[in-house]
Design a protein around this ligand. Structure first.
Ligand SMILES: [Zn+2]
Length: 94
């Protein structure tokens, strides 16, 4: 199964890693960034959590896999579906 990641966040991490590094490491990280930037992209899936059997379960509207919730667990912790990677954040307007 594909694992979708945020390439922009990864590039920010590379920039952070370059701080205080020698030229050799910076060049290596530049190469890694070039590889990331050259990867194909996919249209991000958007989904939402829908109620399943009862309040202790939530189902992803994209992959339809249900997830059990531990008592007191915040659904907001899951910005992405852990099964299919769908973006579960509310679409920002503007
Ligand atoms: Zn899903």
């Amino acid at each position: 199964m594909q694992r979708l990641i945020d390439a922009n966040a990864l590039n920010k991490k590379f920039e952070w890693l370059k701080n205080g590094q020698g030229l050799k490491d910076v060049l290596f990280l530049n190469g890694a960034q070039a590889v990331v930037d050259g990867m194909s992209t996919v249209e991000p899936k958007r989904g939402e959590w829908i109620h399943a059997v009862n309040k202790d379960f939530r189902t992803c509207s994209v992959c339809r896999i249900a997830m059990g919730m531990i008592e007191g667990e915040e659904l907001s912790r899951f910005k992405f579906c852990p099964f299919c990677g769908a973006d579960m954040r509310k679409e920002e307007k503007g």
